[in-house]
Design a protein around this ligand. Sequence first.
Ligand code: F6P
Length: 370
Amino acid sequence: MAASKTRCIGILTSGGDCPGLNAAIRGVAKAALHYGIKVIGVQDGFRGLVENRTVPIDDAVVSGILTHGGTFLGSSRDKPHKMDMGGRIMDMTDVAVANLKKLNIDCLVCLGGNGTQKNALRLHEKGGVNVLTLPKTIDNDVAETDITFGFDSAMSIATEAIDRLHTTATSHHRAMICEIMGHQAGWLPLGAGIAGGADVILIPEIPYDLKVVVEHIMTRRHHNKRFSIIAVAEGAVSKEDAAENASGKRKPESPLIHKEKNGTVLIQEPKASRIAREIQQLSGVEVRVTSLGHIQRGGIPTANDRLLCTRLGTKAGQLLADGVYNVMVAIRGQDCVSVPLEKVAGITRTVPKDHPWIETARLVDTCMGS
Ligand code: F6P
């Protein structure tokens, strides 16, 4: 075995957690240790890096964690260049870089979604640090990879939820709305909606017309299908709102928070509640709402995610041994490949309007809201 070009790595998990993070840490660490690379865990994402909170990682630390949910390193949504330091927002990039130097870290491995890809690239460009990333998120919206880890587990959870809603919807002849995460991308509601046989699927990429949705529910009733399951993306938008967003009259809402004009930050009323109220008013059908929320990010990873995380993690170990930096490890077809980080950061991969999953849904009579 040729000598590794990397002697020491740091590894952190950043952004919203998901099933598979521990499996991915284990994959990176075991492969790195195999090549004789020292591994240091950084706690709570970029905040732990700035606050110099680290743990040594050896084989014993990562043994037995393959199936564990969450991330044993902890995570945060902090960014090095805009960090809340006791109420003051500060650029802590220099501190992060100095801490990496003190620890003799040759490359920082960052496991995260879109925000993390951007922060890692910024750290490289502004701080001159070597980074390597893995694509993690239940949203499946990272560019340049066919799939992100966490997505399959979340899709299984959401699908099971739809299955359960089906039986109670049938008993009570109700319309059941199931709100599914995914931020501004529709992969998760679309995938789970098809897998669970939802009758209506509303995703951000296809602005919905509620009249079309109500018509579909009423047609089903006419055919003696007295219940309906509606899978709603947390980022779904009506045609009217989409038009206002496009005209610049109105800022697109975050699915999570709503900022009042005076700057007050409120927790957004779940999109599903608003849609439920409107459907009930327009159709007279009894509607109930289930918002799956963070249940989708909890628990153990599926077999597919465990395999994916182990493949991505071990590929990262090989790249590190070869001295390949500033790339994201991605899945393309059957292969694990490295992609320059500049091609990934700052791009959200939404569902293309002509994606085969949309056609699939329509061919089984699923209403896509337009
Ligand atoms: O990015 C993953 C995700 O779960 C999104 O689907 C969701 O919009 C967001 O994170 C929730 O974030 P938080 O855990 O900060 O509430």
